[in-house]
Write a protein that binds this ligand. Structure first.
Ligand code: AMP
Length: 227
């Protein structure tokens, strides 16, 4: 089977990180998440982290050229083997820049997986979301972990709330999504790349839908269900 070269689209807390990890593990695809890159740079206090903090802390999008520069080298190193981009593109500018970059390399996108979750569900998900400070995985309180003080089921790290998961910043992230990112659904649909997934379901069910949409139904069984 030809390697997938795909982007993951969806509103905040639609499950991009979780599903991206499952796909990467099941199908041995390299994955990168711009949100994770930026959080790491911020924690390390690098120039990129300091520059982008003022956007991320307010729930605003980081400028297109910064985002594209931050993934260009990664794509050069990984795009030939297939890849998953979690959280990029988020604007039409990024989508067209990404297209140009991938065309030039001869590795155009094969799929845009859109995790469709109604806005009403998102607030609830964000309220219950905990992220591991060490491995970056997210878990739902009351489902995958019982208590706020639990250790990360994956690596034993400390679980905490994401700084930008507070209600004010979330509102800003939702409006940035509606204004700048939602139009990408139409953009990729027009190119025949859109795979729309009803993502307001259990993790395993969402993954099964993605696998089927990508013609990988047989690989469902390879992916271990999450704890
Ligand atoms: P995420 O972890 O994907 O929710 O991203 C967290 C934050 O990082 C976002 O709210 C943005 O501030 C920033 N960010 C991540 N990816 C992008 C992107 N492709 N374009 C602009 N900003 C981004």
């Amino acid at each position: 089977m030809k390697p997938h070269r795909l982007v993951l689209l969806g509103p905040p807390a639609s499950g991009k990180g979780t599903q991206g990890q499952l796909m990467a593990e099941a199908w041995h695809l390299p994955i990168t998440s711009t949100g994770e890159i930026l959080r790491r740079e911020s924690t390390l206090g690098t120039p990129l982290g300091l520059e982008t903090d003022r956007y991320t802390s307010l729930g605003q999008l980081v400028p297109d050229e910064v985002v594209i520069a931050s993934i260009a080298d990664w794509l050069d190193a990984n795009a030939d083997a297939g890849f998953i981009l979690d959280g990029t593109p988020r604007t039409l500018g990024q989508a067209t820049a990404l297209d140009a970059l991938l065309e030039k390399r001869g590795t155009p996108l094969t799929d845009a997986v859109f995790l469709d979750v109604p806005p009403a569900v998102i607030e609830d998900r964000v309220r219950l979301r905990l992220m591991c400070a060490r491995c970056g995985r997210t878990f739902r309180l009351g489902w995958q972990v019982r208590e706020k003080t639990a250790a990360c089921p994956q690596c034993g790290g400390t679980l905490e709330r994401r700084k930008d998961d507070d209600p004010t910043t979330l509102a800003e992230r939702m409006s940035a999504y509606a204004e700048k990112t939602a139009p990408l659904v139409q953009f990729y649909d027009a190119r025949g790349l859109l795979r729309r997934i009803a993502a307001d379901q259990a993790v395993e069910k969402v993954f099964a839908q993605i696998a089927a949409a990508l013609g990988r139904a047989e690989a469902e069984k390879e992916a271990a269900p999450r704890p």
